[in-house]
Ligand binder design. Structure first.
Ligand SMILES: C[S@@+](CC[C@H](N)C(=O)[O-])C[C@H]1O[C@@H](n2cnc3c(N)ncnc32)[C@H](O)[C@@H]1O
Length: 263
């Protein structure tokens, strides 16, 4: 059963997330996070809200055999896919708000597009800082505001047009306002943060694969019937043509904030 507030997806949705969403939207952020957290060979690193594991696996390749990587998430469907992809990472089902590690354990703590879904964001930030060694680095990525993410804004508008105002889901962008983000870290006891904003390009094979992934590869998958999906896809083909490239693919720019801090 999906839940848009907490980012919880079903097993089937996790598969679509891995096959469509990850390569189209999320994967290209991994090298930036590795760089922002200054991850080095031999480091011990934790990836919080690891999903299907793209960032943790990138990290694990980076730290090499002398380092270690842990990936934690609360979604078993996501974790099962992560486990099938790599045995070099220690995958654990645990909440960000109660990390199953001792204090001062890791050189780096990273988290990519998860913070907005945590039930208690302040506790999660405190936990990431607690498990970091003194001098260790934190890097957390969240989507920028909707106005800087035209593809997400158009998708939201489409859902409203087809299903009404209440279908609007702004959860992914709720930490997009930099002052809100900075205040969240401050109120979690981390006052010395740096926030940098970066752009990337999302690429889907087609309008259909983009909108189908939004409907079936994320938290709404069981809320939408086949008839509703057909209507959504038909309307998308009419309304979203400006995102289509000559070869039928879809591209749009994405913008996200990377928050970094040191313990
Ligand atoms: C958009 S996905 C991002 C996954 C991954 N970091 C990536 O970049 O592909 C958000 C993830 O946050 C996880 N999540 C939500 N709340 C959580 C919590 N309280 N503790 C741990 N993980 C959580 C979800 O299960 C989901 O896998």
């Amino acid at each position: 059963m999906g839940d848009s507030e907490t980012g919880q997806v079903s097993e089937d949705a996790a598969k679509i997330y891995e096959e469509v969403y990850l390569p189209a939207l999320f994967k290209e952020w991994c090298p930036l996070v590795v760089e922002a957290a200054n991850i080095q060979k031999g480091h011990r690193v934790i990836d919080v809200a690891c999903g299907t594991g793209a960032l943790a696996i990138t990290v694990s390749d980076h730290v090499g055999t002398e380092g270690t990587t842990a990936g934690i998430d609360i979604n078993e469907g996501m974790l099962n896919i992560a486990r099938s992809k790599s045995s070099s990472v220690e995958w654990l089902n645990a909440p960000a708000e109660a990390l199953p590690f001792e204090d001062d354990n890791f050189n780096c703590a990273v988290s990519q597009f998860g913070l907005m879904y945590f039930e208690n964001r302040e506790n999660a930030i405190r936990e990431m800082m607690r498990v970091l060694r003194p001098g260790g680095s934190l890097a957390v990525v969240v989507w920028d505001e909707l106005e800087h993410n035209p593809g997400f804004a158009a998708e939201n508008k489409l859902w409203q047009q087809v299903f009404g105002e209440e279908s609007k889901d702004e959860s992914p962008n709720k930490l997009g306002d930099k002052s809100v983000l900075e205040n969240l870290f401050k109120s979690s006891g981390v006052s010395n943060v740096q926030i940098t904003t970066h752009q990337r390009t999302a690429r889907f094979e087609s309008i259909e694969s983009w909108i189908h992934a939004g409907a079936k590869g994320w938290t709404e998958d069981d809320a939408i019937s086949d008839d509703k999906l057909r209507l959504l896809l038909k309307t998308a083909e009419e309304e979203l043509t400006s995102f289509r490239t000559v070869d039928g693919a879809v591209t749009f720019s994405t913008s996200a904030h990377i928050v970094t801090a040191r313990k």
